[in-house]
Ligand binder design. Structure first.
Ligand code: AOF
Ligand code: ZN
Length: 352
């Protein structure tokens, strides 16, 4: 591995210390290298607090070394006044002659402007070291910024023979396709996303809690479709325990502190209306856990980024067929550990 890649990988490691606390900002890490040694490190901890580069520069004991050093950062240094002043100014003021960047910041307030300013100040700038990894690190933030919608993950479990549920005549009570470990993994996944969506039938049939009880972490905001107010009032999803958004035809009267209603037109494109509502709520990611119809709606509208499939050992012979990807979708298959992960190419991020 090239030395520059090693340092950017260290930036990514540092950035991950901010997992779960930087929202709505991205996770960013930075290291400062002089004479083949790391002399400073930092990461962005929390929105409103200093950015990664500022923390890295401030951690350097002998500031006179900065004039001969190289700063590595996983994301382009910002050039705007947000909650904090521009990082590129701080780099210029500290006379750091070399800047190596993982990827461009897609935020329209930055979007290459930080790089331009550094170059204008006479700094040597390299962009695109371990770019793929840096994009993956902040895939939710990047999608939100570039597509004005959340990052969308589809999740389902299917039987060996491709059914998500057996025929009603065979069995009505829920049947587990996956084992306890994959169920725990699903709770981990839920804790990593800002929201979780299910359709009406899933709530009516399974009365899911959609929480992370088998994992330590945050419960995502629950989202549910309820066109005709079919969801029973005593469903777990309406228990007001944590934030829930119900998409229905009209705003309902029993809106509570944690349960809000968003009206959408079910005669128009439902998937589009959901994602634009989530964008309005500043929700950067959603995991869609069913049912089949809801998942298929997002696939048919080409509104998804990653699909995570469990294929169980059980055979159903008949029942509800698993969702189908459409022919023109660019589906890339990755097998990671035990899980079958189908994720789309991230080439789309290169256009920022
Ligand atoms: C960096 N380094 O560590 C981060 C950056 O409101 P502010 O001032 O915190 O600015 C937030 C924006 O700054 C955020 O949307 C993203 O574009 C960029 N984040 N930039 O140079 C960092 N976290
Ligand atoms: Zn910054």
């Amino acid at each position: 591995m090239k030395i520059q890649e090693q340092y950017i990988k260290r930036c990514i490691q540092l950035a991950k210390n901010g997992l779960g606390t930087t929202y709505p900002n991205p996770m960013v890490g930075s290291v400062i290298v002089y004479d083949g040694k790391i002399i400073g490190e930092g990461w962005h901890k929390k929105a409103g607090e200093p950015h990664a580069e500022v923390n890295a520069i401030n951690s350097v004991k002998d500031k006179s070394l900065l004039a001969k050093a190289t700063i590595y950062v996983s994301l382009e240094p910002c050039s705007h006044f947000g909650k904090t002043p521009p990082c590129c100014n701080f780099i210029i003021e500290n006379k750091i002659p070399n800047v190596i960047i993982g990827t461009v910041d897609p935020n329209v307030k930055v979007a290459g402007d930080g790089i331009k300013r550094l170059i204008k100040a006479g700094i040597n700038v390299t962009v695109g070291v371990c770019e793929k990894e840096c994009l993956e690190l902040n895939k939710r933030f990047f999608t939100f910024q570039t597509k004005q919608r959340p990052f969308i993950i589809l999740k389902w479990a299917e039987s060996q023979d491709g059914f998500v549920a057996p025929s009603e005549k065979i069995e009505r009570k829920p049947i587990w396709i996956t084992n306890q470990y994959s169920r725990q993994l699903v709770h981990k996944w839920r804790s990593e996303e800002q929201s979780i969506l299910v359709g009406t039938q899933t709530v009516v049939d399974d009365n899911p809690k959609l929480d992370v009880r088998d994992w330590t972490g945050n419960n995502p905001i629950r989202l549910v479709l309820d066109q005709n107010n079919r969801i029973p009032e005593n469903s777990h999803i309406l228990d007001n325990q944590f934030k829930t958004i119900v998409f229905s035809k009209n705003k309902d009267i029993f809106e509570k502190e944690n349960t809000i209603f968003e009206s959408i037109d079910f005669k128009k494109n439902v998937a589009n209306q959901i994602v634009s509502t989530l964008y309005r709520h500043q929700i950067q990611s959603v995991i869609i856990e069913g049912g089949k119809q809801t998942l298929q709606t997002f696939i048919d509208n080409n509104l998804w980024d990653e699909a995570r499939l469990f294929i169980g050992k059980v055979q159903f012979d008949s029942g509800t067929k698993a969702p189908n990807f459409t022919k023109n979708q660019n589906v890339k298959l990755n097998i990671e550990n035990d899980e079958l992960l189908i994720s789309r190419n991230h080439d789309k991020y290169n256009n920022i």
